[in-house]
Design a protein around this ligand. Sequence first.
Ligand code: RB5
Length: 148
Amino acid sequence: MRIALGADHAGVVLKEQLKQHLDRRGIQYEDFGTHTSESIDYPDVATVVAREVAAGRFDRGVLVCGTGIGMAIAANKVAGVRAAPVGDERSAALSREHNDANVLALGARVTSAELAIRLLDLFLDTPFAGGRHQRRLDKIALLDQGSR
Ligand code: RB5
């Protein structure tokens, strides 16, 4: 599995902690920035990571901002991306089981590093359940095509 990572200035420290965890797990990733605490605009990073995932160059994306909300809103504008802003373990697992989320959006100002790492593991390790959930994702895919 290959992960595309991105953060704004609010998420840059947590992004580094997530990278350390991915290193420990031996999971490949590419970091699309930002790399400093200088203020940037989260849509600029969200769209880069989202396009990498949508194009199939990465299996999953992980985005970090202050709350995870802005990153998710921006990433979800890219067709084929299902970005989930997640702050609890049940939602992390269900974002995969029910929604086949391919981008995880985390909030560094609202989620501890310890919890964020647990959420990342659930996001990476939980399979999509398929079945009735696939039918719903098919309807979302039609929205991406502008045909619903
Ligand atoms: C930046 O101050 C903050 O607005 C951003 O990190 C994020 O929380 C937006 O959703």
